[in-house]
Write a protein that binds this ligand. Structure first.
Ligand code: NAD
Ligand code: MG
Length: 417
């Protein structure tokens, strides 16, 4: 009887409207959850490009998702309207002073925590079903690990978490039976291509890359490119750090390591192809030669939605790919000599241990220096290579060793001239 009732109200917008009249957030969430299996969401990094896209996806499905907690670094100006619209029970601001300022402004509308401790506390103690990992950089690792230990579904955009601690993160997921669903469009594409398939029948995976804004520049021309040119990505609108990573192809390097840990394949079976149209998001080639590709317009809303609704697909009204208009799809091999960061990432994966962590920390500092116009674009791979040569590599590091390695590498690269 209750199943029949649930089926009737599942599609009934009136019921959702009725629930919105319930004043107490706890009672509203409880009623919706009881009847339509609503999922509670924590977003780490709600004011970034992925975070905002995630909230736009959630808005499309009233009554299906409830925002429990939102976290940000500093942008309380963007967080405040999110609090009014999505009514989270908890927010975390990484910056201590800004957290206090927000607390005064929101006047009890929600609980406000601060600092990295606050981020970890939210992930470790808040009531939620899915954590969307939309923070940028190494900083996302600690709270994500807290969520993994609780067996929560992780919709992971924060690729750096897997790059620096892939072995630990994936073994923790196995131990706690945690679903790790990729949000990165290439990995979401591969995940979708693998549904119903046997991983042992995969010959290789093919990650596509747009080639970024400097696709048609030579290696020597790269030394004089400006910050504005590097931030002008032809196909994707993203945060600054990943946009620079896309221009240097470090983004694809990070994604090769991410794919290695997500799908358990050695680097020899992970291939990168340049595909300037960004319509084929990635491919899987099977042992019989068959290739499956996942396609769509370059828009992160779809991979975010898939990670939230998997294994179901929800109907949406997002823009569709118009294939006759796109008309041609092209693919070619990347130039490893020009894209030095891609080569460094394949090497770091081969060396293993803390090598990917050193590479990631050096890259984060180098990108920051480039964005502040302290170094040239072509210095980014130089700083990373220096760090990889100078820092000690630890085999099979535990979490403490990874945090130490990240800290020491940052200090080293910050002080490099
Ligand atoms: P962004 O810079 O736009 O947003 C980052 C978010 O994280 C912000 O909300 C910010 O407040 C928060 N944040 C940053 N540093 C923090 C810190 N130290 N402590 C706490 N919070 C912090 O970044 P983005 O483009 O949304 O990317 C987020 C992640 O998703 C990255 O790992 C990126 O590689 C990955 N990703 C992004 C896209 C995209 O389209 N933007 C696509 C695929 C993967
Ligand atoms: Mg990607």
């Amino acid at each position: 009887m209750s199943i029949v009732f649930a089926e009737i109200v599942r599609t009934d917008k009136l019921f959702i409207g009725f629930c919105s009249l319930i004043k107490r957030p706890f009672l509203r969430t409880f009623t919706l959850q009881l009847v339509i299996n609503m999922k509670r969401i924590l977003i780490l990094g709600s004011t970034g490009s992925i975070g905002i896209n995630a909230l736009n996806v959630i808005k499309q499905f009233p009554g299906k998702f409830q925002i429990e907690a939102l976290t940000v670094n500093t942008r309380i100006d963007l967080l405040e309207p999110q609090i009014d619209e999505f009514k989270p029970r908890l927010v975390v601001v990484k910056d201590d002073k800004l957290a206090l300022e927000l607390k005064k402004k929101v006047k009890g509308k929600c609980e406000v925590l601060k600092g990295i401790e606050g981020l970890c506390e939210a992930a470790a103690e808040c009531d939620y079903d899915i954590l969307i990992g939309a923070m940028v950089g190494f900083a996302g690792l600690a709270p994500t690990v807290e969520a993994i230990k609780r067996g929560k579904r992780i919709a992971l955009a924060n690729k750096e978490t897997l790059v620096v601690a892939g072995e630990l993160v994936t073994s923790l997921c196995r131990k706690h039976d945690t679903e790790l669903i990729p949000v990165d469009s290439e990995h979401s594409a591969i995940y979708q291509c693998l549904v119903g398939e046997n991983i042992n029948e995969v010959e290789k995976i093919i990650l596509t890359a747009s080639g970024g804004p400097f696709l048609n520049k030579t290696k020597s021309e790269l030394s004089n490119v400006t910050v504005d040119e590097a931030l002008n990505h032809p196909n994707w609108k993203m945060g600054n750090k990943i946009t620079i990573d896309s221009a240097s192809m470090m983004n694809k390097g990070l994604e090769v390591i991410e794919a290695h840990w997500l799908f358990g394949l050695p680097k020899e079976r992970i291939k990168v192809l340049i595909h300037p149209q960004s319509i084929v998001h990635s491919m899987v080639q099977f042992v019989d030669g068959s290739i499956k590709a996942q396609m769509g317009i370059p828009d992160m809303k779809l991979p975010i939605q898939y990670a939230l609704t998997y294994p179901e697909r929800f109907k949406n009204n997002f823009e569709r790919a118009d294939l006759p208009k796109i008309s041609s799809l092209t693919f070619f091999e990347p130039d490893f000599d020009k894209y030095e960061c891609l080569k460094l990432a394949f090497n770091a994966l081969e060396v293993g241990g803390t090598s990917p962590c050193i590479m990631n920390a050096a890259n984060e500092v180098a990108v920051d220096k480039f964005l502040k116009r302290k170094i040239k674009f072509s210095h980014i791979p130089e700083l990373i290579e220096t760090a990889l040569n100078k820092m000690e590599n630890h085999k099979a590091p535990d979490l403490d060793a990874i945090f130490e390695c990240d800290k020491e590498t940052r200090e080293f690269v910050t002080n490099l001239k």
